[in-house]
Write a protein that binds this ligand. Sequence first.
Ligand code: GLY
Length: 379
Amino acid sequence: MLDAKELNWVNETLEKVEKKMEKVSTRSVEKIPYTTVNGVHDDWSAENKIGWWTNGFWGGMMWQMYALTKKEHYKVIAEKNEEKLDELFLDYNKMDHDNGFKWLPTAVANYRVTGNRRSRNRGLLAANNLAGRFNSAGQFIRAWNDWSDEDSLRRGWAIIDCMMNLPLLYWASEEIGDPRFEQMARRHADTSIQYFVRGDGSVNHIVEFDIHSGEMVKSYGGQGVGEGSSWTRGQSWALYGFTLSYLHTKEPEYLATAARIANYYITNIPENGFIPVDFRQPADVTWEDSTSAAIAACGLIELAKLHEGRQRDIYLNAALKLVHALAEHRTNWNEEEDNLLEKCTAAYHDEKHEFSIIYGDYYFIEALMKLAGKELFIW
Ligand code: GLY
């Protein structure tokens, strides 16, 4: 897909990733990291943190590194991550709409690589739990749980991020030949087209539905600036998520929707390639979110593979612009520090902005692996 010069650059960048990850993975062998503190990975494998939605990405990074290097060391760490998640199956409140983020890069990846039946079982249990969150009146998968009294008011909430969890349902249907899971995923995707994707290709983060009638109540700004804004990671989840729904179903409307979101995203990429937290944040706010760039790059590369000629070049060049900006200006190549990407932001209204976040590192590696033609398909 790439010309010789670009392919060379991608492979050289992956060599740097490999050199760094060899050291990082040895230091963090027993951890499930979320971020770094003074360059050192923290650890979210403790009991009170194990349910966190990002706890599959470290395993996913290890599977991508295994695909790249075939070094057993990475497989062993990925398996540790997967096994640590087992306690979630015994706690209803630690299972949620992010089951895809937790078990696709761990258990399902393991099953795809090794055929391990215990891993397959984990993936199917996680898919069944995810399917149990489907609200049939509103045709959506409910976000989050009643973690606090206030959350009980959120039983009708769905979020755009969930587009990235649907592949767990597609996988389960493909795996056991039972279409129920795919049917729910499609209904959720259809609802998302109707209520999340705006005419200009931007998306809502949160939409609330009446839990009995299924009618839309209102939308919320969520992790972006506010209602009607354009949280860039939400844009990326939608861009990649609809592309993945197309890859699993071959439904043309999902591809058309992904293209609409991608065109909006590409139009809004700043000249320097650094992605803001929200495309509609005030002009004097400079906070960035490198995770959005990495996720969008993955979606754009998949879209490029689905197109030819000029359209293919538009997607591929946009992805390359994002990946170059990350690798050349937003990556910490110091092998003594644990993170790759810098300037990642979880939410616009959080106190803290621009730090390292594990899923940024994961999708950065996935994007490079896609460009090099070496990726383990996770989603
Ligand atoms: N899925 C939550 C987030 O993107 O922050």
